[in-house]
Design a protein around this ligand. Structure first.
Ligand code: BDP
Length: 698
């Protein structure tokens, strides 16, 4: 097209105007923590070997290293050119990597190697991280082996695109246009996961539809598997236990019925034909209305083993969830999983992992570690964490979850000397071949993937901890911040400080001192500690806090449900004694009077109030810290987060006010002098209703 002189200058003016109007450096967060800009002069990258994964590793390295960094040699440790260098590659296993700067034939060379292609890819990403966090390239020397074998995201994505407990838009998977259209975003998703070492993804909701196992949907899953494969990621499916009835035309799903077992075997064969490296099944059975082996009087081990036998010839595994509680069971909900699963230790097939949530109730902002960890030494236990913030403020609140993850990983089980939840999960403590960590994903079709920039940090932290459960939450926050907002201490230090205090702030304004499960019914949005009329006792917040005029808290000692007895004796001794129980867990284990004297000498009631106030004050403080960062953060991400802090502050105050109004209605106490009264009366808080809150179960 010809543009005349006049036309050109008008166009220039228009362009200049547009540039002036556009924010200095708009950024929608799509690039996550992978924000390196390609160097002007790329390093020379020599790839030894021709697998697609090695090619991807090479491409990553070309994008981050410049000519001055030297020559890069990428390949398997078995390649003669690399083997000749005599590097210490033993012990790297299938996924570990070695990245080392050295002089080779007189040339500055960086070697990125591993025993298998995925390890090389992880090495390339480790080098990218090293560079983006300010590491020196000339002396680089990185070696790492994952501490856990299966590092898996669980997507609670339904086939209609709705994500259960998802706050970042619709599902990434467009089941309707699959398998034909492979959205480029699937590749970006796989790359982001590979950058963290995540090596598996369960595509569909644990509240599964049998349709996921029909031929058309297997073909769709296979298309995704094809995209993910070069990135080292295996696909898994949640299996509905009653599928043999629903799509197989059988009368029963009894795991002891040979026809049922044969159906699953044929189904597994069919899946493996389409997806030769299919990972296996995840199963939620006999929990919250899901079908399972208990419907037939069979055990969870019977159910898991039948599926395990079906996938075993293909090298598959079964992740069988211990998140099991029944409406018919009057036992303390916190005890039911242990009661059900502990006696089954030793009965599971060797390709079954039992997947256990971090705490015994349900992903609350704080829970003591699940007593099953360390209590089933003959069974590999997979840790299940929730990355999506169902109970921690949905997408808008800043709650950096690595401190929560770290708290459970570091918890001593008391079962064996030095044993922690992390060592049980890593399989090291009990010598298991299989080990795994699962995270319920917070990923959707929002441009920024996770609903906010800071939610990306939770995806990131999950991946990093799954790779190395000994990493500190603070170190992870530092590296994430440097990559996400730039490696400037004026940004990194305050952002890390905000992140590190953020989860405790949520605990304080939603449920301090061991309170839990006080949220609104169904959607789980906002406070509703007063709810008491739901059909099942354990659906009601009053079941959990047990507040009355005299006191508050759930007595889980001998005088109550005796859930403490499910822990190892040394741990049980601590949790049995309200004076020894950490105050942060006090009301989880004990029912104490409102006048109970805390370590500070103040009463429980006053202390509770102080915690609520601290939670709200901490949110205000985070908002101010963020404001001060304005000059350093691009306008788009800055403005969205600033608004999110306004929302979080409003909702933190709502939680505090509604909770205090309710506790006062129960205990008849007044607030300590100088403490602000709730903004509204209790009736106002009770009257709030949110039928369209996002992420609800269907
Ligand atoms: C609960 C969620 C529910 C899930 C359930 C589970 O509210 O949507 O189905 O966990 O983990 O926290 O199965």
């Amino acid at each position: 097209m010809q543009i005349g002189l006049w036309g050109r200058s008008a166009l220039c003016t228009a362009l200049m105007l547009l540039t002036a109007l556009a924010p200095a450096n708009a950024d929608d967060g799509y690039r996550l923590w992978l924000r390196q800009t390609a160097p002007t002069s790329q390093a020379s990258v020599e790839i030894k070997g021709g697998t697609p994964t090695l090619a991807l590793a090479g491409a990553e390295l070309r994008d981050i290293l410049s000519a001055e960094d030297g020559t890069v040699l990428v390949g398997l440790s078995s390649d003669p050119a690399i083997a000749a260098l005599g590097l210490p590659t033993q012990g790297l296993g299938d996924e570990g990597y070695l990245v080392r700067a050295m002089t080779n034939n007189g040339r500055k060379t960086i070697v990125v190697t591993a025993n298998a292609p995925a390890g090389v890819l992880y090495g390339a990403f480790a080098l990218a991280r090293h560079k983006a966090t300010g590491g020196d390239i000339a002396s680089v020397n990185l070696r790492s082996v994952p501490g856990v074998k299966l590092r898996v995201l669980n997507h609670w994505d339904n086939l209609d695109g709705h994500v259960e407990r998802g706050y970042a838009g619709q599902s990434l998977w467009d089941w309707w246009t699959l398998p034909d259209f492979k959205d480029p975003r699937y590749t970006d998703y796989a790359r982001a996961n590979a950058s963290l070492g995540i090596n598996g993804t369960v595509l569909n909701n644990v509240n599964a539809k049998a349709d996921s196992l029909t031929a058309p949907y297997i073909a769709k899953a296979a298309a995704l598997a094809d995209v993910f494969r070069p990135w080292g990621i295996k696909v898994y499916l949640s299996a509905r236990f009653s599928a043999p009835i629903e799509i197989g035309g059988l009368k029963s799903a009894d795991p002891r019925d040979p026809a049922v077992a044969a159906w699953w075997k044929a189904k597994a064969d069919e899946i493996y034909k389409a997806i030769p490296d299919f990972g296996g099944f995840l199963v939620k059975a006999n929990s919250e209305g899901q079908p399972g082996p208990r419907d037939y009087g069979a055990t969870h081990a019977d159910g898991a083993n039948m599926l395990a036998a079906a996938v075993k010839p293909h090298g598959g595994i079964v992740m069988w969830r211990a998140f099991v509680y029944a409406e018919t069971d009057p036992e303390d909900r916190a005890k039911q999983a242990y009661t059900e699963f502990k006696p089954l230790d030793g009965q599971f097939a060797d390709n079954v992992l039992v997947q256990v949530k971090n705490g015994a109730i349900d992903f609350q902002p704080r829970e003591p570690f699940h007593p099953l960890f360390g209590a089933m030494p003959k069974t590999p236990l997979m840790l299940e964490l929730q990355i999506t913030k169902e109970y921690l403020g949905f997408a808008t609140h800043l709650a950096y979850l690595a401190p929560l993850f770290e708290e459970v990983l570091d918890a001593p089980t008391g079962q064996r000397k030095g044993e922690t939840v992390a060592s049980v999960v890593a399989g090291a403590a009990e010598g298991h071949r299989l080990s795994g960590i699962a995270g319920v994903a917070n990923i959707g079709r929002d441009r920024d993937w996770s609903g906010s920039t800071f939610n990306q940090a939770n995806w990131y932290a999950f991946g990093r901890l799954a790779w190395d459960p000994t990493l500190s939450s603070e170190a992870i926050a530092r590296e994430w911040t440097a990559q996400t907002f730039g490696n400037d201490t004026r940004v990194v230090a305050p952002v890390v400080a905000m992140m590190m205090g953020s989860r405790e702030a949520v605990v304080n304004y939603t449920g301090p001192l061991g309170l839990a499960h006080l949220m609104g019914t169904g959607h789980h949005y906002g406070p509703a500690p007063w709810v008491s009329e739901l059909a099942r006792p354990e659906w009601n917040p009053v079941y959990y806090h047990r507040a009355d005029k005299a006191g508050i808290g759930f007595d889980r000692t001998k005088t109550g449900s005796n859930a403490v007895s499910q822990y190892a004796p040394s741990v049980a001794r601590i949790f049995s004694d309200p004076r020894k129980t950490p105050e942060r867990d006090l009301l989880w284990f004990h029912h104490v009077p409102w006048t109970w004297k805390m370590a500070s000498g103040d009463t429980l009631w006053n202390t509770l109030v102080t915690h609520y106030d601290r939670g709200v004050a901490d949110v205000a403080q985070m908002g101010r810290q963020w404001e001060a960062l304005k000059p350093f953060i691009d306008q788009e991400r800055f403005a969205k987060q600033a608004t999110y802090f306004d929302i979080q502050y409003r909702e933190a105050k709502w939680w505090r006010d509604a909770s205090l109004a309710y506790w006062m209605s129960v205990n008849g106490l007044s607030l300590p002098a100088g403490v602000a009264a709730p903004e509204h009366d209790l009736a106002w808080y009770k009257a709030q209703s949110f039928p369209y809150a996002p992420g609800q179960g269907k």
